[in-house]
Design a protein around this ligand. Structure first.
Ligand SMILES: [Zn+2]
Length: 352
């Protein structure tokens, strides 16, 4: 549940008999077989009353705790670094710490959200999970990272977009959730990709034009023909490899993939709303988190989405959010409308 590497990719790797990826194939088989206990979050927001006013307690500084599973599959593992501790010299511990900080910074500085729960909650992660574990996931209360098999996947803490993606699943849950199946599941995945990409762009100070728009750049070894797991700017082009196959993401409704695998293609059809976000961000220009990201954030948190929202409901909600925030007929509302027309989710009224 909420893992960065989709099951079809691991299954393909697990089935490979290529000798140069024998270790990776075995790692993928074990990763698929390993249980991932899911712990639903118990939301807690501290409210108090001061002088007749309701006060929400929210800290603008992250509170991070990184633990080390020491290659076992038990959580949380041994505490390795807390908020006030210096760097440990263990790359996975320090990268996880920095990635959680980058995600916190995006949500706080761009959207005024304090932590995943919106109430300054502790950000927790466990690294060095399992042996050759080929995934990273959000289990409802913490991020968990494997070290990868070394033949196909390097460690998963290397990519800030992966960390931002996984933590955003927590934000989606706190916002009311999107059922992890079919189009609502693909929206859940897409929103995680959008804020994962924005986490990296915000950290690097990149504009929409400068950004890579990749999710998971740096998690493949040099042996893999591919740049990353997914591309928001060009879905379907992130990798094309003899072992892993070709990135299966569509960028338009005409190529929508009807499948029962991958919870109804949640990691596949997410390419369509991903492309819509990229179109909005590049049409508006500048830093994507400032306007495009704000519209998506407001849609998620105040847009009244149902947890079974499909692409059309989400498209209408983003347009409504843009109109509320920037005005009827604004550049922002027009960009949102054009983007959903561009990916075939809504019909262009002018062409009817
Ligand atoms: Zn995900």
């Amino acid at each position: 549940m909420h893992a960065i590497i989709p099951p079809y990719l691991l299954a393909r790797l697990a089935a490979s008999s290529e000798p140069h990826v024998a270790r990776a194939a075995e790692a993928a088989r074990q990763t698929l077989a390993a249980p991932r206990v899911y712990r639903p979050t118990r939301a807690s927001i501290d409210l108090s009353v001061e002088g007749g006013a309701l006060v929400l307690e929210a800290s603008p500084a992250p509170d991070r705790v990184i633990s080390d599973a020491q290659h076992r599959e038990q959580l949380p593992g041994v505490r390795a670094r807390g908020e006030d501790d210096p760097a440990t010299g263990d790359a996975a511990v320090d990268e996880a710490f920095d990635g959680l900080g980058a995600t916190f910074a995006l949500f706080w500085e761009a959207f005024g959200r304090s932590s995943i729960d919106g109430a300054g909650g502790t950000l927790e992660a466990t690294v060095h999970y399992g042996e050759d574990y080929d995934n990273a996931f959000w289990n409802g209360e913490r991020m968990v990272f494997g070290d990868g098999d070394g033949e196909v996947f390097t460690g998963f803490t290397r990519s800030v977009s992966v960390i931002g993606h996984e933590l955003t699943h927590g934000v989606v849950e706190h916002a009311g959730g999107l059922q992890y199946v079919g189009q609502s599941g693909a929206l859940n995945e897409s929103i995680a990709d959008v804020f994962g990409a924005l986490t990296e762009q915000h950290l690097r100070g990149q504009t929409a034009a400068e950004a890579s728009w990749l999710i998971g750049a740096g998690i493949f070894t040099d042996a893999v023909q591919g740049d990353a797991l997914r591309s928001l700017s060009a879905p379907g082009t992130a990798y094309d490899d003899d072992v892993l196959g070709r990135d299966p993401q569509p960028a338009h409704m005409r190529d929508y993939v009807h499948t029962s695998a991958d919870n109804g293609g949640v990691h596949i059809n997410s390419g369509i709303p991903n492309k819509a976000f990229h179109l909005v961000a590049t049409a508006l220009g500048g830093h994507a988190w400032e306007r495009a990201g704000r519209i998506w954030y407001l849609t998620l948190t105040t847009g009244g989405l149902s947890d079974t929202a499909d692409f059309a409901e989400f498209a209408a909600a983003t347009h409504a959010a843009a109109t509320r925030e920037y005005g009827e007929g604004s550049e922002e509302a027009a960009a949102v409308h054009a983007a959903w027309v561009g990916v075939g989710v809504i019909e262009d009224a002018a062409q009817r």
